[in-house]
Design a protein around this ligand. Structure first.
Ligand SMILES: NC(=O)c1ccc[n+]([C@@H]2O[C@H](COP(=O)([O-])OP(=O)(O)OC[C@H]3O[C@@H](n4cnc5c(N)ncnc54)[C@H](OP(=O)(O)O)[C@@H]3O)[C@@H](O)[C@H]2O)c1
Length: 266
């Protein structure tokens, strides 16, 4: 599979040392895109870079912490210098920390919001001006179906992911008018380091490579929301439309059964 003209010439993905981001970077390189990948662990990024040897597109590693606003600005510039003007940026870096609802912990909220929300904001701040100037470019923000509605034991994670969905909705109309494409990506369960410790059955669990192929198909579509696997995410969306009494009754049953209800709660 080597298209003569890749859809994307240059892409930047944060959180691409493992999991969904790593698989997407390799998928894009396979399709001829040059990809800059970022995360904190340089050794893991280098391993992904090595895996891309021989693919039509190359992968370069740009280690950074997305909570460091200045580092993200610098990396955006370095990325463009290394692989040319970006036409795709995937703000994917994210973490999860569980929290009992009876033990509200500001530190956990701060940590989650710094990475999951402010990390994305830093990336957008760094790349949107040049996209607007060029009236071109494509932004994809990785949120989660956990952002559709609050789930027990996961208040910081759900709140951070709900914030990302609202953020993308807010930006959409103005970025459209400025010639910039924005999408929000809401995956279901994917087997990654983030979910690997989950001791419960994860329905419709996808392998990262499969998730990356579905994500790529979503990126090249005109849809604002990219979500997969559809059979699961449609159910979760339906659940999010339930009236509060019905929704909370359902959540109470899940809590009573001690069934973890959130894929990324560990
Ligand atoms: N797996 C799922 O079922 C699922 C479902 C819905 C949504 N998601 C979302 O998908 C995204 C990717 O998650 P994943 O499942 O692929 O998990 P993962 O394999 O743990 O990947 C997370 C990535 O983010 C990086 N990262 C974490 N903190 C960072 C920071 N402060 N600065 C820069 N990079 C950072 C990690 O690398 P370093 O540790 O080296 O920094 C890693 O590359 C996340 O936003 C997650 O919320 C996942």
């Amino acid at each position: 599979m080597t298209p003569t003209k890749p859809v994307y010439r240059a892409a930047w993905i944060t959180g691409a040392s493992t999991g969904i981001g790593r698989a997407l970077a390799l998928e894009l390189a396979e399709r001829g895109t040059n990809v800059a990948i970022s995360a904190r662990h340089a050794d893991q990024l280098d391993a992904v870079t090595a895996e891309a040897q021989g693919k039509p597109g190359r992968i370069i590693a740009l280690p950074l912490d997305v909570t460091d606003q200045a580092a993200v600005q610098l990396a955006a510039g370095a990325t463009e210098q290394a692989i040319g003007p970006l036409d795709l940026v995937v703000a994917n870096a994210g973490i999860s920390v569980p929290m009992a609802g009876t033990l509200v912990d500001a530190k956990k909220f701060r940590t989650l919001f710094n990475v999951n929300v402010m990390g994305v904001v830093h990336v957008l701040e760094a790349v949107v001006p040049s996209f607007v100037q060029r009236r071109a470019g494509h932004l994809a923000v990785v949120s989660s179906v956990a952002g559709y509605r609050g789930l027990p034991t996961a208040a910081p994670y759900c709140a951070s992911k709900a914030a990302l969905i609202a953020l993308c909705e807010s930006l959409k109309v103005e970025l459209d008018a400025a010639g910039v494409k924005i999408q929000v990506v809401n995956p279901g369960f994917v087997r990654t380091p983030l979910t690997e410790k989950n001791a419960f059955r994860m329905p419709f669990l996808l392998e990262p490579d499969d998730a990356a192929r579905r994500l790529y198909a979503g990126l090249v579509s005109d849809r604002f929301e990219v979500t997969f696997p559809k059979r699961f995410t449609r159910l979760v969306k339906l659940m999010s439309l339930l009236p509060y009494p019905v929704y909370f009754a359902l959540m109470r049953r899940l809590v009573a059964k001690r069934t973890p209800v959130h894929a990324e709660e560990r």
